[in-house]
Design a protein around this ligand. Structure first.
Ligand code: ZN
Ligand code: ZN
Length: 348
C-alpha cells in the first residue's frame, strides 16, 4: 500500500490542469485525544488519496490540524468520510475566501508532537477545556462592550497588515511570547473583563483559551473559525465587517484581502502598502512589506547588500551562502535595521 506522496509538484500541477476541475482550499483542526497515531495517520492518507486530497496536515496525540485542497465535487464525500471519525463529526471546515486550484501540490500528512508549534511545554492543563466560541455576529457585539479586551493572538508580521478595529496586537514573534504578555497585562482583570481573542483560523485561540482558563481567567471567548470564517459569515449574513486590511495566510498566496483599508506601510519608503515579499536573495529570504516601486528599484530585495548579491551569477551566490542558515530569520522582518520604515525596528 502506498502511504506517501510520490508525484513531484510539477507532475501534480500537470495532472490538476488536465483534470480541469475547480479545487477548494479548506482547513480544519481539532484538539482531541488520539490513541494510535500512526494508524490514524495512515488511514487518513489512504482515504484522502482516493479523493485527490492535497495539502499539509499535522496529526498528534493532541489532535489534528489540516490545510488541504480537493476537487470541489469531492467535498460531500470527503465530509461524509471525515464525520465518521468520532471527534470530527460535524467539524467546521474553513473554506478559503480566494480559491486557487494549485494551493497545494503534494499530500503531506505528518505525525508531530503537537499540531501547532506553540512552544508550550505546560501540559498540566486540559486542552479540550476551551473558552466560549463566538459567531461573527456575537463577536461584533461583544467587542463593542467596554468591559471587553480584544486581543490578536497572531504574530506581529500577521497583525501588521490586517487586524480588528481596536484590537491589542502584541509585538511578538511567537505565540508563546504573546501568551505571557497578555497574561501580565491583564492580571488585574482576570474576573471583571471579557478576554476576547482571535487568530487566523481559530486554532491558536483553542489552545490559548484553555491556557487562560487554566490561569484563572473567568470570561474567556474566542472567535470560532478565526478571521477566515468571520469573513465568510459577514458575507453570508450581511453583517458589518470590523476587520481592517488583509488576512495573512501561510501558503504561497501570503494573504487574503478582507477590506480595502491599507493599514501598513512599505518598509523601504513608508508609502501605504500591505504586500509581503520574501527578499529575493536566497541567503536572506527576509519577509517584509515592499511596494511596487521599491520592488523595481531594489530588484525585490530588502537592502543594498542583498541587491548587490542577486545581480551576481547563481554560482557566486551559492558560494556566498555556503554554510549559512537563514531558516529562523525568515519571519523576523522589522527586527533589522535594514528596513527604514518597519514599525518594530526599535524593539530589537
Ligand atoms: Zn516602497
Ligand atoms: Zn535581504
Amino acid at each position: 500500500m502506498q502511504l506517501y506522496n510520490k508525484l513531484s509538484a510539477e507532475e501534480r500541477r500537470a495532472l490538476i490542469l488536465k483534470a480541469g476541475n475547480d479545487r477548494l482550499t479548506i482547513s480544519f483542526y481539532k484538539y482531541a485525544k488520539i490513541k494510535n497515531i500512526q494508524e490514524f495517520r495512515d488511514q487518513l492518507f489512504v482515504d484522502w488519496e482516493k479523493l485527490e486530497v492535497l495539502g499539509r496536515t499535522y496529526v498528534a496525540t493532541e489532535g489534528i490540524n489540516a490545510q488541504i485542497s480537493l476537487p470541489a465535487n469531492n467535498l460531500e464525500k470527503f465530509k461524509e468520510q471525515l464525520y465518521l471519525i468520532d471527534f470530527m463529526n460535524d467539524i467546521r471546515l474553513n473554506v478559503a475566501v480566494e480559491q486557487d486550484s494549485f494551493s497545494f501540490l503534494k499530500n503531506k500528512i505528518k505525525i508531530r508532537k503537537k499540531i501547532v508549534a506553540d512552544g508550550l511545554e505546560d501540559d498540566t492543563f486540559d486542552v479540550t477545556d476551551i473558552g466560549t466560541h463566538l459567531k461573527a455576529k456575537e463577536f461584533n457585539s461583544i467587542i463593542e462592550d467596554k468591559n471587553t479586551v480584544l486581543v490578536d493572538m497572531r504574530n506581529h508580521y500577521e497583525s501588521e497588515i490586517g487586524h480588528f478595529k481596536g484590537a491589542i496586537t502584541p509585538d511578538v514573534d511567537t505565540f508563546r511570547d504573546s501568551l505571557d504578555i497578555i497574561e501580565d497585562d491583564l492580571k488585574e482583570h482576570k474576573e471583571d473583563k471579557n478576554l476576547v481573542m482571535y487568530c487566523t483560523g481559530g486554532i491558536r485561540c483553542e489552545k490559548a483559551s484553555a491556557y487562560y482558563k487554566h490561569k484563572g481567567f473567568k470570561n474567556v471567548y474566542q472567535l470560532e473559525g478565526g478571521i477566515i470564517d468571520y469573513t465568510r459569515q459577514v458575507k453570508d449574513e450581511g453583517l458589518e465587517n470590523k476587520f481592517l486590511g488583509k488576512n495573512f495566510v501561510f501558503d504561497h498566496r501570503k494573504s487574503e484581502r478582507i477590506s480595502e483599508d491599507i493599514v501598513s506601510s512599505c518598509h523601504q519608503c513608508g508609502a501605504p502598502c500591505d504586500s509581503h515579499v520574501n527578499c529575493l536573495n536566497k541567503g536572506c529570504h527576509l519577509l517584509f512589506i515592499q511596494c511596487n516601486s521599491c520592488k523595481e528599484e531594489m530588484l525585490e530585495t530588502c537592502s543594498d547588500k542583498c541587491r548587490e548579491i542577486v545581480i551576481l551569477s547563481e554560482e557566486d551566490q551559492k558560494k556566498l551562502r555556503k554554510g549559512k542558515s537563514v531558516s529562523n530569520k525568515v519571519f523576523r522582518k522589522g527586527r533589522t535595521d535594514k528596513l527604514k520604515f518597519s514599525p518594530n525596528k526599535n524593539n530589537l
